[in-house]
Design a protein around this ligand. Structure first.
Ligand SMILES: Nc1nc2c(ncn2[C@@H]2O[C@H](COP(=O)(O)OP(=O)(O)O)[C@@H](O)[C@H]2O)c(=O)[nH]1
Ligand SMILES: [Mg+2]
Length: 246
């Protein structure tokens, strides 16, 4: 008879970093709730969310710290990336300055974060450019989400009237990511392209035997804001909606 013992989720602290308005909160909202909001409010301080990612041989429970991108919050960042097992550093492919900011974050992480941290560089807003090869998720892994969310299955990237708005080429970002040993993706929080893949590939890349299975958020030095419930989303002024799968 098959072994029916449920797999124990391994907790992974993950931090999102990047310039303001590149779409960090939107990527998290897409990953956790399979949703998108055109009118997000800037994140104040940081928001905490969780989401599970089921791989073939393990369940990873991401404890996600979605930080504010504004410079005035920069000094808070170490509190969130300290002891993080993974970081998603986001830039906007239609804004080359945001890649420079992302590079600065990568440098800071490589100097000051956990030396084994897995870093994914994500170029967001892929839907705004027309040269987009879009590949639906197909690696057998799945994000555990309530069934009612499934109506918003990621669609292929769309081009817009502003189809030539790309300012960062795939080659430039990919070369940089390779040089620095980063995972690399272009994604769209808006249409869902590659969002689950970012988290799934991080989950796969993390050497789980090095992670202690204790509750991470409180134990790892970052305080959970009182207004933010586990599994909820706090995007600035927005109300937390229903939780993820946790
Ligand atoms: N077209 C497009 N807009 C996006 C995408 N992701 C975020 N946005 C928009 O960009 C703005 C900033 O997003 P937000 O998630 O708050 O960015 P953050 O400051 O990095 O957390 C909002 O108006 C979002 O609706 C995307 O993938 N495509
Ligand atoms: Mg935000």
């Amino acid at each position: 008879m098959a072994d029916e013992t449920p797999m124990k989720a391994v907790q992974v602290k993950l931090v999102l970093l990047g310039e303001a308005a590149v779409g960090k909160s939107s990527l998290v909202l897409r990953f956790v709730q399979n949703d998108f909001n055109e009118n997000t409010s800037p994140t104040i301080g940081a928001a905490f969310l969780t989401q599970r990612c089921r791989l073939e041989n393990r369940i990873v429970k991401f404890e996600i710290w979605d930080t504010a991108g504004q410079e005035r919050f920069h000094s808070l960042a170490p509190m969130y990336y300290r002891n993080a097992a993974a970081a998603v550093v986001v830039y906007d492919i239609t804004k080359s300055a945001s890649l420079e900011k992302a590079k600065a974050w990568v440098k800071e992480l490589q100097r000051q974060a956990n030396p084994n941290i897995i870093i994914a560089l994500v170029g967001n807003k892929l839907d705004l450019v027309s040269d987009t090869p879009s590949e639906p998720p197909t690696d057998g892994s799945e994000v555990e989400r309530d069934e009612e969310d499934e109506e918003t299955t990621p669609k292929p990237a769309e081009s817009t009237e502003d189809g030539d708005s790309r300012q960062v080429s795939i080659a430039e970002a990919e070369t940089y990511a390779k040089e620095c040993g980063l995972l690399f993706f272009e994604a769209s929080a808006k249409v869902g392209t590659n969002v689950n893949e970012v988290f799934t590939e991080i989950a796969k890349a993390i050497p789980l035997d090095t992670i202690s299975p204790k509750p991470a958020a409180a134990a790892q030095g970052a305080r959970k804001p009182a207004t933010q419930a586990e599994g909820g989303v706090n995007l600035g002024e927005q109300q937390a909606k229903k939780g993820g799968c946790c």
